[in-house]
Write a new protein. Structure first.
Length: 633
């Protein structure tokens, strides 16, 4: 009887597998290496052949190998008032190809995408599936019809790290008079082909191995194979647009999205003109206007209407005292216009995963707006969404990248400010007293500039409890310390942030018989060492440089002396430089100095281990101890 049952199960499994060809056992072994999931088969069909219509049909089969791959099936579809999810469903199979679950459209949760915005007409239909066993297979299908062709879906056969793909195909049907431009990125070395006819594009990928995440790699946008698509003639929420190049696209944004939104109330115009009446330079006027905006308004996200691209009316922002990045940027520009200070609305791809603008390919991959004030041959950049950011400071959210500036002559690609290594400075001055019991009192003054300012200038907004947690985490290698007399000073004019505080550290010095071992570098020990990565594939990338300078004066107790000083050390590599020095200035006073320079740069994968060794050496040297020897009578 048992044999008959086993035969029946095998026959059933064979039948089901023959119907869908979904089986974990059939996955090539090389596609499971470093993989949490395998895209077995994907077919995406996009029809943009009719003006003002975009139909996307998706069929995706994905094998989830472990819990880390649970989100990889991407069981959702987004839509808004100008689009519709015509169909959506998902089927779940076990490793043998036997169906476990069948979810139809009514089983998907339909909610507003309020996670990204307070006011939004964007919605998402999604399925929260909790698996009962691994591995499993998901078959997902959907059809979404939209009136927008401004943002065409890119083709990404590998959608993230630790995801491989057995087969992925995307076909685009188009009107031959409005052929989409396409820009393949990072496809070299992958089994990817592109073919085209008079009215159809086809992208095909087969047997793409998973890409492992590696510390200190370039942005994902520079690693994952992707083909971007864009039309010269497009529609956005029923509005016709054109952008064969960045100049034309910028003119369309300025003339269509920004032209009628700068309607300030007359009372506000009089107020700001009076505010700047005594100023003679554009910069001084702009500083006062910027502070006026920061004092008056606050940021909220709004995604209503023309794709979240058209700003609110300036008069509405003035009345409500809030807006999103577009609205607050345009409001600031309107105020500057009122006092005859020229400024330009600017679109930027903000954040860490930077997708660089290409002069020859017009694709609106922007997610943020800032303001550019012309300053001779350069620009002063204003971040208009933050009530605490200093005038002209943008930090690492939008620094050192190409942006699109809406000049009177059209869109212009410009590079934002790069914060150089020498600008990103942190200086520590510490006065340390050691008592005969090995307890330590340390009075610290830490001054930060450049991108190191960016890390700290919001500290005054923290509650005392959260501030204590911040310092306890930063100096987690010190046991049982307490903090007193914290003073935080934000010099917005010079963009300098200063921390002053006192630490009491019981039993900091380690007893050795009657003596103590003592580490002079109390408050800036480098602890991070990147993980070992065998056969690294990606370039080593250091996104920004910085300099740390430390001066620690140590006063040791009476009846103790320093038994020999460590030798001064200098480490110099292409990644940066490290130096320290110990100097005895009197019988009971030691001055320890330290300087660490980390250079911005990109290096071949073979340099990663050298970079690790550099940081490991710094971590070791930062823990150098000196012997405080007790004079026993």
């Amino acid at each position: 009887m048992k044999n008959i049952l086993c035969i029946a199960i095998l026959l059933c499994t064979a039948y089901v597998s023959s119907q869908n060809n979904y089986s974990i056992a059939s996955i090539p072994q090389e596609l499971t290496k470093y993989s949490n999931s395998v895209l077995l088969d994907e077919a995406v069909f996009m029809d943009i052949s009719s003006s003002g219509k975009n139909i996307v049909k998706t069929h995706r089969v994905i094998a989830v190998l472990n819990k880390l791959g649970d989100n990889d099936p991407r069981l959702y579809a987004t839509y808004d008032l100008n689009s519709k999810v015509k169909s959506i469903e998902a089927k779940v199979y076990n490793a043998l190809g036997q169906e476990l679950e069948h979810f139809k459209k009514r089983d998907f949760t339909d909610v507003s995408r309020t996670g990204i915005s307070i006011y939004s007409d964007d919605r998402i239909m999604h399925l929260n599936y909790t698996p009962t066993t691994y591995p499993y297979i998901v078959v997902f299908t959907s059809e979404v019809v939209s009136g927008d062709t401004a943002f065409l879906r890119p083709w990404r056969p590998l959608k993230g790290y630790a995801e491989s793909a057995q087969k992925s195909v995307m076909k685009i049907k188009f009107d031959s008079s409005n052929k989409p431009n396409y820009d393949p990125q990072n496809i070299d070395g992958f089994n990817i082909s592109i073919s085209e006819t008079e009215d159809e594009l086809t992208f095909t990928a087969t047997n793409l191995s998973a890409i492992r995440y590696e510390e200190h790699s370039p942005a994902r946008s520079k690693i994952l194979p992707t083909v971007y698509l864009a039309l010269d003639n497009f529609t956005l929420k029923g509005t016709a647009g054109r952008g064969k190049d960045w100049s034309e696209f910028g003119s369309w944004v300025a003339n269509t999205l920004l032209a009628d939104v700068n309607n300030l109330p007359e009372g506000t115009i009089k107020k700001v003109r009076s505010l700047v009446a005594n100023e003679t330079t554009n910069e001084d006027k702009a500083r006062l206007i910027y502070q006026y905006v920061q004092d008056k308004v606050r940021y909220i996200s709004i995604q209503i209407g023309i794709g979240g691209w058209k700003p609110m009316m300036a008069a509405e922002v003035d009345k409500l005292s809030y807006g999103d990045c577009k609205a607050l940027t345009m409001y600031t520009k309107s105020l500057l216009d009122a006092v005859n200070v020229p400024s330009y609305y600017t679109l930027v791809n903000a954040g860490d995963n930077i997708t660089e603008i290409k002069e020859e390919f017009t694709f609106p991959w922007f997610n943020h707006a800032i303001l550019a004030i012309p300053n001779n041959d350069d620009y002063t950049w204003l971040e208009c969404t933050n009530q605490d950011t200093p005038f002209g400071y943008i930090g690492d959210f939008t620094d050192d990248r190409d942006v699109l500036v809406m000049t009177p002559q059209g869109g212009k690609v410009v590079r934002t400010k790069e914060y150089k290594t020498e600008e990103n400075l942190q200086e520590n001055t510490v006065e340390v007293k050691v008592d005969p019991a090995g307890n330590v009192t340390a009075v610290c003054k830490r001054v930060s500039q450049g991108l190191q300012y960016d890390d700290k200038y919001l500290l005054p907004k923290k509650k005392q409890e959260d501030l204590d947690k911040y310092y306890k985490k930063q100096w987690s290698y010190i046991n049982g310390f307490s903090i007193d007399n914290v003073k935080l000073t934000n010099n917005r004019e010079d963009v300098i942030f200063t921390e002053e505080l006192k630490l009491d550290i019981p039993n900091y010095a380690n007893p050795v018989s009657n003596d103590y071992l003592f580490c002079a570098n109390i408050l800036n020990q480098h602890r991070y060492i990147p993980p070992r990565i065998d056969t690294r594939k990606q370039n080593l990338y250091i996104s920004s440089g910085r300099i740390d300078k430390d001066t620690v004066t140590v006063e040791i107790p009476e009846n103790f002396e320093i038994d020999g000083l460590p030798e001064a050390t200098i480490l110099e590599t292409k990644f940066g430089k490290y130096e320290n020095n110990f100097e005895l200035t009197s019988e009971n006073k030691l001055i320890y100095t330290r300087k660490m320079v980390l250079n911005k740069g990109e290096y071949p994968p073979t340099e990663y281990e050298n970079f690790r060794n550099f940081l490991r050496s710094i971590a070791r040297l930062d823990k150098t101890k000196i012997l405080l020897k007790q004079n026993v009578q």
